[in-house]
Design a protein around this ligand. Structure first.
Ligand SMILES: NC(=O)c1ccc[n+]([C@@H]2O[C@H](COP(=O)([O-])OP(=O)(O)OC[C@H]3O[C@@H](n4cnc5c(N)ncnc54)[C@H](O)[C@@H]3O)[C@@H](O)[C@H]2O)c1
Length: 428
């Protein structure tokens, strides 16, 4: 196996070709390995085999075309095409169910497919973010299904993915990586394989440490954003701009306060704290409270909007509200768990009309101008670069009532002639 990795002759199957799996498959293919991407969505398989990506990511079209044209990357929906591979890399989604407990059905089904296809001495890597102890459990499932012994007859590793959409191909190469093995030899094998394209530092540990590391990283960010949101809430009551206060506090050499805003979205941050807590018998409650604070921010934004409407005597039920931004983060088309959508859901039914515009996602209006024409309020829900240079004084001429709510600290100076309210910016 080691020799096959070192000579680039190891055959790899990547299971799940989404935001993480497809770029990973492309990296291995362009590093010279024969890669088979196994994906249950046939439309995705067809697109990939024709050299077209189904996700938006800088450089992906060119890199995918190279991988497919070289003959090193093929996608398939047929599990027989991944039989007898040297390495299996599982990149399926691990979402939450409605009750906020993890839905591991995709992972379990992927592990069953792998168990049905692998051979003795295969390396199985779980890249998906999973609750602590899951890799050990999945190794047990493979043992049950194959009769192989984990650590003796196959290698098993958790190798969490830490890339950020929009920078995936850079971060795949330069981020540091953790390889959590069920045995030290497993971690070593995965490290050798990934070293074919990873230039960042690599670390080896146990699978459970690796699972916890990944979850702690996102929980750290979620809790810190919640703290910033708490500071913003207090700042409103003291009539100060929290961003000025944060900037000054961050001049302290050991303080790094995050930014408050309309909420936390995306596939990872809102779910990973729940994955971290799930197998635990007890916890202190801090992580749960942080989740609740961040989930409440779209409602807080609604409070800002409604207090502004009341101040200008616009009955909310008559108000036309333009929401600028649907994606959960700037310059992205990803709307998964977007707080913009939670905000829209919170106001729909309470106002006369909600219009939406997002340069990456689309929306009900074709432009900022169309969204704002005869509107009573504009609410900025995403920090797209394009929203930073809007000429509000000119746009205000299109509006029926000039209310501007900034949920993302996009507007530096409140425009003249507007009733302006921003999260953490002055009284409310
Ligand atoms: N997206 C990110 O930025 C990011 C960053 C770090 C970690 N992660 C983690 O990586 C994992 C994957 O995330 P993603 O964003 O790539 O998800 P995704 O939904 O974009 O992709 C998952 C793909 O797997 C396919 N799939 C599901 N079950 C399958 C099965 N049994 N066999 C074959 N294919 C199957 C789906 O059809 C889908 O195309 C998650 O655990 C996530 O938390 C994601």
């Amino acid at each position: 196996m080691l020799e096959k990795i070192e000579t680039g002759t190891a055959e790899i199957a990547v299971i799940g070709l989404g935001y993480i799996g497809l770029p990973t498959a492309i990296m291995f293919a362009n590093a010279g390995f024969k890669v088979t991407g196994y994906e249950i969505r046939e439309d995705v398989v067809e697109r990939i085999n024709s050299g077209k990506a189904h996700i938006v990511e800088p450089e992906i079209d060119e890199l995918l075309r190279r991988a497919v044209e070289s003959g090193n990357l093929k996608a398939t929906s047929n599990p027989r095409d991944i039989e007898g591979k040297d390495a299996y890399i599982i990149c399926v989604q691990t979402p939450l169910k409605d009750d906020k407990t993890p839905d591991l059905s995709y992972l379990e089904s992927a592990v069953r497919t792998v168990a049905g296809a692998m051979k003795r001495n295969s390396l199985v890597v779980i890249e998906s973010t999973v609750p602590p102890l899951t890799t050990v459990k999945m190794a047990g499932l493979i043992e049950e299904l194959t009769g192989f012994k984990a650590g003796e007859d196959f290698y098993m590793v958790h190798a969490p993915e830490r890339v950020m959409p929009g920078r995936i191909f850079k971060e795949l190469v330069y981020n540091s990586r953790i390889f959590g093995g069920i045995t030290p030899e497993s971690a070593e094998m995965a490290e050798k394989l990934y070293r074919s394209f990873v230039r960042g530092q690599t670390f080896k540990t146990s699978s459970t440490v690796s699972e916890v590391v990944k979850l702690m990283e996102n929980t750290f960010r979620d809790v810190n954003i919640a703290l910033a949101n708490e500071f913003a809430f207090l700042a409103h009551q003291y009539g100060i701009d929290v961003f000025e206060a944060i900037e000054l506090a961050n001049t302290h050499p050991r303080v790094r306060i995050h930014s408050p805003g309309i909420g936390v979205g995306g596939h990872c941050l809102p779910k990973d704290p729940h994955l971290l807590l799930w197998p635990a018998r007890e916890d202190f409650g801090l992580i749960r409270l942080a989740r609740e604070i961040n989930d409440s921010m779209p409602l807080f934004t609604k409070d800002l909007l409604f207090s502004a409407l009341r101040e200008l005597n616009v009955p909310p039920e008559d108000a036309v509200v333009a929401v600028l931004g649907l994606a959960y983060k700037g310059d992205s088309d990803d709307t998964r768990n977007s707080p913009a959508l939670a905000f829209i859901e919170a106001i729909e039914g309470d106002v006369a009309e909600v219009r939406t515009y997002d340069p990456f996602v689309g929306g009900s209006a074709g432009s900022v101008e169309d969204a704002l024409r005869e509107a009573d309020a504009a609410v900025i829900a995403t920090d797209h670069t394009a929203f930073k240079s809007l000429d509000w004084e000119k746009l205000g001429e299109l509006m029926r009532t000039r209310i501007l709510i900034d949920g993302r600290h996009v507007v530096e100076n409140p425009p003249r002639g507007f009733l302006f309210k921003g999260i953490g910016r002055g009284e409310y």
